[in-house]
Structures are given as structure tokens and as C-alpha cells.
Write a protein that binds this ligand. Structure first.
Ligand code: NDP
Length: 249
């Protein structure tokens, strides 16, 4: 059997929902997978389930000024960082007029500032090797108007802009930057919004040509591909994984 070269990935929010599916898929592919999250219990559960190749790091990404310390520690403990998946994200359903400055800022801090800060630190370690992949988990909310998710939509549009701008600047240096825009995927995040509102769930499904919601693994398969050398000529894309939601209905 041919020996695979060691690969090290960081997945933020890698212990639940879409992030956990990406972690499982990366580990199954033999990637040393570091998962970052705030919830120690969830991190330990992921570690117990996935074993040796899964490395939990308890950390709150809103602690922006501590991100360089975290990434330096990971680099020292694992020797290299080849892949970053910026998956952690929060949403908050609120009418426009009920959205406070604090609530708006909270979403922007986690969904945008933390993505920028962690990407900059990780890329500083990728640049000397002239190789690396950063994958951002965006949302179709970046492209389409949806009610009651003003801050979330703004944050994901920022991610799309950042993905393209970073790809143009960093691809000549060997760093590929891509994004995935998931449609309606069954996770805790959508359970709150859709399971409590069957009419909305029905509407979401009826607007999806494939005819059902997606599973976290659907996103994970695309994440593995875009993060791998199989996608070495792909950069700056925002790939919809949405059952056709974005092509119309
Ligand atoms: P979940 O709520 O299931 O998971 C979110 C993850 O983010 C959790 O593991 C959480 O970890 C982590 N996280 C949030 N805030 C922080 C923080 N401050 N520091 C560290 N970790 C944090 O969401 P999903 O799996 O549904 O979503 C994953 C990504 O996919 C998000 O970016 C979301 O916007 C995007 N997305 C999801 C869609 C869907 O239909 N589900 C559709 C489109 C996009 P912990 O609990 O440990 O803090």
C-alpha cells in the first residue's frame, strides 16, 4: 500500500452539524483533523467517536486577540497546517427593527472577524510552503434576500467577497481560497428555524429542485474535494451545495 503524505487540517466548529460531518469525512480520508469549538463535552464526544486522527482544541473564536496563540500552538504540536475550514458560524432570527447593534456585531465578530483573523494566522504558516487550502462555509443567504437574518446575510456576503479577494491575492503564492454555499441542511441551526415552523420547512423543500433538505455529509463531500489536491486548479469559487435551490424553481 502506498504511504500517504501527512496532511493537517483545522476545522472550526468541527464537533457538530456540518463541521462534524466534515471532520468525519477528513478523518476517514486519513487527515489529521484539529477541531476548534467552545463546548468541551461536544469536542470530547467527537474525539471518542473518531479516535486518533481527531484533535480537539477548546477555544472561543470571539477571543480574536488570542487566535495567534492558538494557531502557533497547533503549528508547534502538529508540525504543519495544510488545510483550514472556516465552518463555525452563528445565526440569530430577528426582525430588522429588533436587531440591536450588539446582536449585529456578535454575528459579524464570529462569522467574519474570526474568519479573517484565523485565516491570516494559518496562511502565515502556509506561505513558506507555497501551498495551502482555505475553505469558507458561506450560505445562500449571501446571495438571496431572506427575512429576519439581516446580520447573518451581511456576514455571509462578506465571506463571499473575502473569498474572491483573497483568492486573487493569494493564489499566485500557492494558497487556494474557496467557499461552499450550503442550502437547507439538516442541523441544529436549521432545526430551530424550520422544525418549529412546518410551513416554512415545506416552502424550503418546495423551492429545492432535488426535493428534500441536504445532509451534513453532502457538504462534507464537497469540502473534502475542494480542500484536496484533486481541486488544485480551483480557487475563488463559491460552490452551491443546495439541491439546486440557487438555479431557480
Ligand atoms: P451548528 O450550529 O450545528 O454548528 C455551528 C458550530 O460553530 C458549532 O460547532 C459551534 O461550536 C461553532 N461555533 C460557533 N461559535 C463559535 C465560537 N465563537 N467559537 C468556536 N466555535 C464556535 O451549525 P451548522 O452546522 O448548521 O452550520 C455550520 C456552518 O454552515 C455555519 O457557518 C453556517 O452559517 C453554515 N450554513 C449552514 C446551513 C444549514 O442549513 N445548516 C445553511 C447555510 C450555511 P460550539 O458549540 O462548541 O461553540
Amino acid at each position: 500500500m502506498q504511504m500517504q503524505t501527512k496532511r493537517v487540517a483545522i476545522i472550526t466548529g468541527g464537533a457538530s452539524g456540518i463541521g462534524m460531518a466534515i471532520t468525519e469525512r477528513f478523518v476517514a480520508d486519513g487527515i489529521h483533523t484539529i477541531i476548534v469549538g467552545r463546548d468541551a463535552e461536544k469536542l470530547n464526544q467527537a474525539k471518542n467517536k473518531l479516535g486518533n486522527l481527531c484533535y480537539p482544541y477548546e477555544f472561543d473564536l470571539n477571543q480574536l486577540s488570542d487566535i495567534p496563540v492558538l494557531i502557533k500552538k497547533i503549528k508547534e504540536e502538529h508540525g504543519q497546517i495544510d488545510i483550514l475550514v472556516n465552518n463555525a458560524g452563528i445565526n440569530m432570527k430577528r426582525d430588522f427593527m429588533e436587531t440591536s447593534d450588539e446582536a449585529f456585531q456578535q454575528i459579524i465578530t464570529t462569522n467574519v472577524n474570526a474568519v479573517f483573523a484565523i485565516s491570516r494566522e494559518v496562511i502565515s504558516y502556509m506561505l513558506p510552503n507555497k501551498k495551502g487550502s482555505v475553505l469558507n462555509i458561506s450560505s445562500m443567504a449571501a446571495q438571496y434576500g431572506m427575512p429576519r437574518v439581516i446580520a447573518y446575510s451581511a456576514s455571509k456576503s462578506a465571506i463571499d467577497g473575502m473569498t474572491r479577494a483573497m483568492a486573487v491575492e493569494l493564489s499566485p503564492m500557492g494558497i487556494r481560497i474557496n467557499a461552499i454555499a450550503p442550502g437547507f441542511i439538516e442541523t441544529a441551526m436549521t432545526a430551530v428555524a424550520l422544525n418549529s415552523d412546518p410551513e416554512r420547512k415545506h416552502k424550503a423543500i418546495s423551492r429545492t429542485p432535488i426535493g428534500h433538505m441536504g445532509q451534513p455529509l453532502d457538504v462534507a463531500e464537497a469540502a473534502l474535494f475542494l480542500s484536496s489536491d484533486a481541486a488544485k486548479f480551483i480557487t475563488g469559487v463559491i460552490l452551491p451545495v443546495d439541491g439546486g435551490n440557487s438555479i431557480g424553481f
